[in-house]
Ligand binder design. Structure first.
Ligand code: GLU
Length: 452
């Protein structure tokens, strides 16, 4: 991934991909996972996989394992792995520091009380922004709430000044935190919401670039204030457009639509999925790339569009086929070996007819048999001529053409009448791989058997 030299001089980028293990990854999640990976590899960087598992009710071990399987299938091998549930002490220290400087304050309103406040603001035509009543509480009032058994949640006191940052994708951004409610960082049960742990980890792990979905732009305003309040170095940000379905609808992780596991099981090439996940909604055309390194050389963050990123399943199918049609033998070899089909001429003869890799096993039977030849009554004489003119071995890439020339001269047939009966007799199928490259793979003996 090329990067603007003005923005990225560091040869030591540290990025993180931070999924919550609350579901299987889908194509939309693959976008930040891969954009971070391509960026890290292009910048001699470090890729951190951070599991955002502070939501203990919804996070599971199984989803955490699933994420690693899915990333590895895509070709991503994180350099460092952390999980937020192991790092609570760091968050507690940051909490205490923010309390000490007055940036984090306790608030005692219940959800119902807050709803009433929001309703009242709406009636008055005001934005439903939290009124900071909790900041005015005296120690005695707080003590009374505590005595009633109320537990506070904790809000971050926003500065109220516009926060500016230069996004590596979207350009100059301004988040007006004055129009936002002071965000709750800690729930009444003491658990952390996403906002604070993310900043604490980004500081602790010295993250240089935060590459994530554009649904986080307004969080970035808050988070930059928290970075500064904690004395941390603010990383660079890049917010990418979100992949949507054809109608612009969101891809949901929990529904599992287009989960990577399903795409894998459906037999898609990980590179087809990786290209779709990253190049959709960018100025890079959906072309085959043999591996992530080549994709990373072609795609840079500034090529991500500011508009929509609509995923079209038909494009995935076509890209998948084109990747297979271009795939060289060396790359296909390990999988061919596991099927007992590791032959370069066989691969080259068949790859052009694959929509999914697994179809190779069926196509290979055109060479190895069994084949049920189809010979129409009307074609019996024609096929007899084909048998008589079948060239002697050894066979090579020219055999088909010389055989066809001989049959044509003897029968006067041409076009479909010439080729189709031969295909039906030799393969038993209406359509299939080019016979010119297939023929030399079938022995003369097997050909004669199929023709008679
Ligand atoms: N867990 C957050 C998410 O999945 C991470 C966002 C971020 O990259 O900061 O949305």
């Amino acid at each position: 991934m090329n990067t603007d030299p003005n923005l990225v001089t560091q040869q030591n980028a540290i990025v993180r991909y931070a999924p919550s293990p609350t579901g299987r990854l889908h194509l939309g999640n693959a976008r930040p996972a891969l954009l971070n990976w391509l960026f890290a590899r292009a910048n001699n960087g470090t890729y951190v996989l951070r599991l955002d598992d502070t939501d203990t009710a919804r996070s599971t071990e199984e989803f955490a394992r699933g994420i690693e399987i899915d990333l590895s299938w895509l070709g991503i091998a994180p350099d460092i792995k952390v999980r937020q549930s192991d790092r609570t002490a760091l968050y507690d220290a940051a909490r205490d520091a923010l309390i000490a400087t007055g940036r984090l304050y306790p608030a005692y309103e219940t959800e119902e009380e807050l709803e009433i406040k929001r309703g009242r603001a709406r009636l008055l035509g005001r934005p439903p922004v939290y009124d900071r009543a909790a900041l005015a509480l005296t120690d005695a009032q707080k003590a009374r709430y505590e005595a009633e058994g109320r537990k506070p949640h904790w809000r971050f006191r926003l500065d109220g000044r516009p926060v500016h940052f230069t996004d590596l994708i979207k350009g100059l951004q301004t988040v007006n935190t004055a129009s936002m409610s002071d965000p709750v960082l800690i729930r009444a049960d003491g658990s952390y919401l996403y906002t604070l742990p993310s900043v604490v980890d980004d500081i602790d792990l010295a993250i240089t670039h935060v590459i994530r979905g554009e649904d986080h732009v307004s969080n970035t305003g808050t988070q930059i204030e928290i970075f500064e309040a904690l004395g941390g170095k603010v990383p660079a940000f890049a917010h990418h457009n979100l992949l949507t379905g054809a109608e612009g609808e969101g891809l949901s992780k929990r529904i599992g639509s287009l989960s990577l596991a399903e795409l894998r099981e459906a037999g898609y090439e990980p590179m087809a999925v990786a290209i779709m996940a990253t190049a959709t909604g960018s100025s890079l055309s959906l072309e085959p790339f043999a591996d992530l390194a080549l994709l990373g050389q072609a795609l840079s963050l500034d090529m991500i569009s500011h508009g929509a990123a609509r995923f079209d399943p038909a494009e995935l199918d076509s890209l998948n086929a084109r990747i297979l049609h271009d795939m060289d033998f060396a790359r296909a070899r390990p999988r061919l070996e596991s099927l007992g089909l590791a032959s370069e001429p066989l691969w080259l003869a068949l790859r052009g007819n694959l929509a999914r890799f697994s179809e190779i096993a069926d196509l290979a039977t055109l060479v190895t048999g069994p084949v049920t030849p189809v010979i129409a009554e009307d074609d019996r004489d024609f096929i007899a001529v084909a048998v008589e003119t079948l060239p002697p071995e050894p066979w090579d890439a020219t055999t088909w053409d010389s055989w066809i020339a001989a049959i044509k001269a003897a029968t006067g047939r041409k076009g479909r009448a010439l080729f189709h009966p031969l295909r039906l007799a030799l393969t038993g199928r209406e359509a299939g791989p080019d016979l010119r490259s297939l023929l030399p793979l079938i022995s003369r003996k097997a050909c004669l058997a199929r023709l008679s």
